[in-house]
Design a protein around this ligand. Structure first.
Ligand SMILES: *Cc1c(COP(=O)(O)O)cnc(C)c1O
Length: 326
């Protein structure tokens, strides 16, 4: 099977999005470091819109060829979370329309957050499937191009730029820890790291509750798992039974996948705040959590991708002050 996303595409993405996204810092985390195994945090919490999703969304929006897309004058997605925000921001920056389709069940604060970024919100039906059907309808009608959250070459290449920056800033890196859901982030980063430093290990980390990519890798093909509420809410959801790119990249390039309990995810959020002064959402704290839980033993320079900061402030307060796990 051909590699879906190459290092050249990731390099091109890096050049394309430079100036549109933040080149985030990679900084030492003394509380997690040991002799011979310094640990660094790649802080996508400092990214505009609060998560790395802006890299992939921006690369996809800037790669749109208006004529090839049937004159696409805008983009559409069904994501209400970090990807929705990123698509709204990237479209606004390019001066094109963004439509975000949501079901009636999406809470008002999420609807407002997307509107505040300048996107049009379309409320349809009662489920994520209904919202996705509306996306499909709008794309078929013409004029709008879908930007999916992970299974898209330009999106994956955009996320892979994090891998380029890690190698540039920490050339002797031996271990890279990456949050894993649909696998756009981990697949893109692993493609970059393995091309530039094949001996470095890349490990994906998910919550045990509803780890769709983990189940799919075990099954050898994309499978569905039951979606359960989790503190790592940005890691929820399936990988798509018709997955075309991210599954193959994760299968070919990830060395290992680690699963965490809800208590372990909470401990990651708490440690990030108390010991490293970082506000992270559950999905972003999983690399820290995996080290704290002793599920990995770094031998050599280590980089942890801290993927975003969009957590409800009240939930964050309860986790760090009261030790609430779920
Ligand atoms: C989307 C997201 C992830 C997972 O990315 P995938 O490409 O779906 O694996 C991790 N962390 C945060 C904060 C996210 O928003």
């Amino acid at each position: 099977m051909p590699v879906a996303v190459t290092i050249d595409e990731i390099r091109a993405a890096h050049a394309r999005i430079a100036g549109h996204v933040v080149r985030t810092p990679l900084r030492p985390a003394l509380s997690l470091s040991r002799d011979g195994s310094p640990v660094h945090l790649k802080l996508e919490t400092r990214q505009t819109t609060g998560s790395f999703k802006l890299r992939g969304a921006t690369n996809a929006v800037l790669s749109l060829d208006a004529s090839a897309q049937g004159g696409a004058a805008g983009v559409v997605t069904a994501s209400t979370g970090n990807h929705g925000r990123a698509v709204a921001h990237a479209a606004k920056a390019r001066g094109i329309r963004a439509v975000v389709c949501m079901s009636q069940l999406v809470p008002a604060n999420k609807v407002e957050a997307v509107r505040a970024l300048g996107a049009e919100v379309r409320i349809v039906g009662c489920s994520q499937d209904d919202a996705q059907n509306e996306v499909d309808r709008l794309v078929a009608e013409g004029g709008l191009a879908e930007i999916p959250p992970f299974d898209h070459p330009a999106v994956i290449a955009g996320q892979g730029t994090i891998g380029l920056e890690i190698i540039a800033d920490l050339p002797d890196v031996e271990l890279v820890l990456v949050p894993l859901s649909g696998g756009g982030l981990a697949g893109g980063i692993a493609a970059a790291v393995k091309a530039l430093r094949p001996q470095a290990k890349v490990v994906g980390i998910s919550m045990a509750r509803g780890a769709a990519m983990h189940a799919s890798l075990l099954a050898g093909k994309p499978v569905e798992v039951e979606e359960l509420p989790t503190l790592a809410d940005s890691l929820g959801g399936g990988i798509g039974l018709a997955n075309r790119y991210s599954f193959a990249l994760c299968r070919d390039f990830l060395d290992e996948v680690i699963l965490l309990s809800e208590e372990e995810v909470a401990a990651g959020i708490r440690h990030a705040f108390r010991a490293e002064d970082e506000i992270v959402e559950g999905a972003a704290g999983v690399g820290i959590a995996a080290l704290l839980a002793g599920k990995l033993r770094p031998s050599g320079p280590t980089a942890i991708v801290v993927s975003g900061r969009n957590i409800d402030p009240e939930l964050h307060r309860r986790i760090v002050e009261e030790g609430v796990a779920a």
